[in-house]
Design a protein around this ligand. Structure first.
Ligand code: ADP
Ligand code: NA
Length: 338
């Protein structure tokens, strides 16, 4: 059977990805390129749905792309590109927006959350139509529908399920009205994706927008502060290294990180650290995080220091993405009546 296709995107909204992004999403991108024809996109159009600084956006877009490559996304196998380099994303978003009901868009819970935080004055129409742009990001890279069509996967966490459902609905609606054009994408839950919580508030998600600097570990962080943060992670007054989401959220989060990074089950770690207390456990975990992120940091800095090489890789990615996107858009334009 034909290789399935996968599409995923990430926003360039920080100067580094964090441990949650890595274990919850990006590490799986590296694995998925083995089994799928992969398209990975730095979604800078999405990053302007809230107020932004142009120089910061430009810098963060490059940092994001460099980190993906440094983590092991292989630009020869996967197509790594920047969304704004492929204008078809905005064009398809317009067409899909004209197929989306106003009330249907208004039911997106992520918009309700984000807009209530922004207030009416800070909420843009772009934030409202964000899920439609996301649908376009995905459907542009749809395999061709028909007999023997290839499977189309989109990795999603819980918070993106509703948006993927809208994408499927729009694909089916377009197909129904204008003829088979898109393969509705399927949610793909990658094996080994872990949800990581804040080191200081272990019941809350580790998040670039909500976590304090002490609660979040950045991939590009200096080794010294990185080690300190892990040593100072909130645990509890006990001393047993055991997994208990309710009573020991801090230790449980650290166990989950350890297990994901080393690829050993939590139970094996509980046995390894039985009777040894939190100190040695945290020390070993800190070393494991450093061993994982130091080479990624070094490769990222090397790529950022070689502007020509990074430009060339992104131009190559944009070129490959454009070939697929242009083909899809040709069909869409013809079917819509342009
Ligand atoms: P943030 O929550 O820091 O703003 P994003 O929303 O940009 O991060 O998320 C980018 C990707 O990283 C998404 O696939 C998301 O599911 C994943 N992700 C973000 N935070 C975590 C976390 N704490 N644990 C696991 N995955 C996460
Ligand atoms: Na977020």
């Amino acid at each position: 059977t034909a290789t399935p296709r996968v599409l995923s995107g990430i926003q360039p909204t920080a100067d580094s990805f964090h441990l949650g992004n890595y274990l919850g999403a990006l590490r799986q991108w590296v694995a998925l390129q083995e089994s799928h024809e992969a398209f990975y996109c730095v979604v800078d159009l999405h990053a302007i749905t809230v107020e932004h600084d142009p120089d910061a956006l430009r810098r963060r877009t490059r940092i994001a792309a460099a980190q993906l490559l440094a983590m092991g996304v292989d630009p020869e196998r996967a197509t790594v590109f920047v969304q704004s380099h492929v204008p078809e994303h905005a064009e398809l978003a317009w067409v899909l927006g004209c197929l989306t009901g106003f009330g249907e868009a208004g039911r997106m819970t992520q918009f309700k959350d984000k807009s209530s935080k922004q207030g009416t004055a800070g909420t843009t129409v772009g934030l409202f139509t964000y899920p439609i742009l996301q649908a376009a990001d995905i459907l542009l890279y749809s395999p061709e529908p028909g007999p023997g069509e290839r499977v189309f996967h989109v990795p999603v966490g819980e918070d993106q399920r509703q948006h993927l459902e809208l994408t499927r609905t729009l694909a089916q609606r377009f197909n129904h009205r204008f003829g088979d054009t898109f393969v509705p994408p399927e949610a793909y839950i990658p094996a080994g994706a872990a949800k990581i919580t804040d080191l200081q508030e272990p019941t809350a998600k580790m998040s670039k927008s909500a976590s304090s600097p002490q609660g979040i570990v950045d991939v590009l962080e200096e080794p010294g502060p990185m080690r300190k943060k892990i040593m100072r992670a909130v645990t509890d007054t006990g001393s047993e290294v055991v997994y208990d989401e309710e009573k020991k959220a801090g230790v449980t989060n650290l166990l989950r990180i350890y297990s994901a990074l080393e690829g050993v089950p939590v139970t094996a770690l509980e046995e390894r650290y039985a009777g040894s207390g939190y100190g040695q456990f945290k020390k070993d975990l800190a070393q494991l995080v450093l061993d994982t992120f130091t080479p990624i940091r070094e490769r990222t800095l090397a790529l950022l220091g070689d502007e020509e090489r990074l430009d060339r890789l992104l131009a190559q990615g944009a070129d490959r993405a454009s070939r697929v996107a242009a083909r899809t858009m040709d069909t869409v334009r013809e079917r819509v009546g342009f």
